[in-house]
Design a protein. Sequence first.
Length: 320
Amino acid sequence: MKRQIIVSFMAILVCMLSSINVSAEANEQNEQEIRQKLYKDYEQASGVPWYQIAAVDQYERNTYKFREECTFKYDTISICFPNEIWSGPENPIYYDNNSLTINLFGGIGKDGDGDGIADINKEEDVMYTMVEYLRSYNDFEAAISSYYQKEQTLTIIKEIAMLFEHFDTITLDKRSLPVSRHYSYSFSDNYGTARSWGGARSHEGIDIFAGYSTPVLSTAYGVIEIMGWNDFGGYRIGIRDIYNTYQYYAHLQGFEGNIKEGDIVEPGQVIGYVGSTGYGKEGTSGKFPPHLHFGLYKYDGKCEWAFNPYPHLKRWEKQK
C-alpha cells in the first residue's frame, strides 16, 4: 500500500513538472511574439527594418547582466543606455529627462510617448530613442559602429540581424546534439583538464568520441564566422548564434559540401565529419583517436570566455 502511494505521488509530481515546463515554454513563446510585434510596429512607423531593431535589442539582452550601469527593467525590451549617451557626456544631471538640456549637452535621449519628458524609466522613450538613433544614419553598420565602437559587437549584431531576417522570426531556440544520433558516440565531462601540446593549458571544451566520418551537426541557428585549419584544432568551424554564443567544432576530417564563412546554418544541419586532425601543420592527422572537440564561448560585450558545454550536451541529448 505504501509503495502504491509513493508511485502515485511520483506520477503526479512528474505530471506537475511537465505542466510547469510546458507553461514556461508557452510563456516564453508569448513573450517572443510580443517582442516581434513591437519590432514590426516600430518598423512600420520609422522605416527601420524590424530585424535590425530586434538585433540591437537581442544583443543588449545578451549583455545586460554583464553591465553595471544596466539597472533599469522594462516589460518588453532590454536596451540599456549609459547615462553619458542618454544625457550627454558633460551633463551634470544624471539621466536627465529634459529634452532641451539633453540636446544642449549632446545626449540622445528622446520623448517617445508625447508627454514632454525623455524618461529613461519608460520603455516607450527608450525604444523610440534607439530607433531614432538608427534612423539618423543612412547605413546600419555605420550606426552600430558609432554607437558601440567595437568591431566584434558590430559583427555579432550584423549576424543576429541576418538570422532574424533570413528566418523571419526571433524564435530561434531549437538545439541539436553536435553529432548524429544514428552513429555511436560517447562523451564525459573532461572540461578544464590539463593539455600540454603547444604549452600548458586547460581543455576548453568536451571531447565527443565517435568513428571517422561521423556527421557533425550544427547545434543552433547561426552564422559561420570562421572555418579552415588551426594548428591546435585541425580543420575547425566556428558558428555564432543569436545569444552571442560561439560554438567551436574542431579536429574535423573535413567540411560538408560547399559551406563557407558567412553562411547561415540550422540545428541538425551537417557541417562536417569527425576526424583526428590537428596538433601540427595543415594536414596533420592521427595523433589521437577520432573525436569532435566541442567548445562554447560567450561574448559579454567586453571579452569572450569559455564555459562548460557538458550540461548543455546532456540536455540536448535528452531532447527528441
